[in-house]
Design a binder for this molecule. Sequence first.
Ligand SMILES: NC(=O)C1=CN([C@@H]2O[C@H](COP(=O)(O)OP(=O)(O)OC[C@H]3O[C@@H](n4cnc5c(N)ncnc54)[C@H](OP(=O)(O)O)[C@@H]3O)[C@@H](O)[C@H]2O)[C@@H](O)CC1
Ligand SMILES: [K+]
Length: 551
Amino acid sequence: MGWTEVLTTAEMRALETAAMASGAVMGLELMERAGTAVAGAIRLRWPKAGRVTVLCGPGNNGGDGYVVARQLAQAGWRVRVLGMDNTPGPDAAAMKRRWAEMGGIEPLTAAALGSDLSDLVVDAIFGTGMTRPLDREMALVSRWMGGWTPARAVTPPPIVAVDAVSGLCLDSGAWLGGERGDPGGNLPRAALTVTFHAPKVGHLLELGPVLGGELVVADIGLKTTSFRDAEGQIWSERTLAVMDPPRHLQQDRGQPLLGKRAGSHKFDHGHALIVAGTAGQGGAARLSARAALRVGAGLVTLAPPADAMAEHSGPPDALMRRAVDDAAALSRLLGDDRLRAVCLGPGCGTERAAALLEPLLASRRPAVLDADALTALAGHPAIFEGLHGGCVLTPHMGEFRRLFPDLAARLDTPRPRSPAQESAQTVALQTWRQALADMRGPLYSRLDAAREAAARSGAVVLLKGPDTVIAAPDGQARIHSAFDVPWLATAGAGDVLAGIIAGLLARGLPPLEAVATGAFLHAAAARRFGPGLIADDLPEQLPGVFRDLGL
Ligand SMILES: NC(=O)C1=CN([C@@H]2O[C@H](COP(=O)(O)OP(=O)(O)OC[C@H]3O[C@@H](n4cnc5c(N)ncnc54)[C@H](OP(=O)(O)O)[C@@H]3O)[C@@H](O)[C@H]2O)[C@@H](O)CC1
Ligand SMILES: [K+]
């Protein structure tokens, strides 16, 4: 594996619809495969048949649940099924009938769960069709799965989620059971989530990774892997996620992408300019510079104002230094074509950043704009207008809020992305593009926000977080979930990331690739060091990361 395609719920429904419309597969068959995959994953992890309670919702997620119930019963499990008193769509109804021939269906209520004694609970209540907050009864069921009952706290049995923990929005990773960002306690945490064909956006963002546990992506035989338009071109608006060390880092059309070819010259690997600030603020820029060197830029020059030069005279000795006092000095320096990329912002000071942004943007040089440069951009709309496709913005949520207040506000409010909730099943293949634009899932996501920010600014945007989201102006996006490296939340880590990206830009990687690769290397360095990490350690881990990648 490497980069993996990630889908919205509408995209998933469109793929499924296309597969059925082409006659390649029937809905009932897909449901049987989905349920079989879940039952198989359960039997692999819990090989000794025990007692299982399967909670089945009103739609096709519930249909999968009835398949799981049947298959586990056939494998010797003692199965209790709690379901809803409704007639679901034809496929789920058929699966419900088949189960009813084998066992009973009790009403799905919190009261019925109160005395449950099972070893395992299968949550097949809601999946990709989750469109609105849980009603009161389902909220109580959900709280039971989270270990809360009116009488006392209980330890719920391990939960296996079919497609998602019910209540999670698979388009945003937000919790639909309550207020966004403050979902309260007692959220259910699955031991295992089995999803189908591809991860969904919500598995990787916000609470998705926290609530989902181990994520298994089961192949249910949907052959299509990418969206292609009528001319067979892959859409530009794709979302890819790093699930494993990306293979392309080791090899790109037979050539090492990050490795260095024997006999190459330092100028073959680019020259990065790291702008530094006035006295007393130097550490940040030096962290960026060290990272740019370690990631393999051929040369790195640090550019403080002349009166701060003394402060910047320490190691690493491999750094070159050049005083840049004002916009004119930066313009002159950028007259040298060999300077391939610039990093502006870390430890720079907002005023200095604002003054230097104009010549930098005018030079059209690839540039990472971080920290103080982002604050300067937020305060100067005219400079913001000068952003271009070679620019990379690396805001954390606070900086994002200053730059794109309306987009941040939409993230804060749990409201639908679009009121149109037209059934995807009716969407014809040719009209996907329009249909998906109308039907993105129930909640506006960090991915949506980053995409809009990139389109608006014309720059590549990396929105920081444990679920880093990266978007390019043409709609391409990457998700880099790194919930396993909490030690990255440390002072200066962002400066290192900016330096890594600047180094990769200097080495000639296109902006989106530089940013996505940079996010991966940054997390990999943190992972390699482990607990106790400080930002200074990150660049020093890069050689080990490269060795691990086989460079
Ligand atoms: N796509 C694929 O390739 C495959 C998909 N498969 C499976 O299908 C699942 C998707 O099925 P789905 O579309 O029927 O949606 P699902 O999640 O069952 O929920 C829909 C029902 O819930 C209701 N409802 C929604 N929110 C509610 C709320 N808060 N409170 C109460 N009710 C609420 C909603 O009602 P409505 O909004 O229509 O009023 C509707 O009745 C998917 O996750 C996967 O498991 C596999 O079988 C095979 C391959
Ligand atoms: K579910």
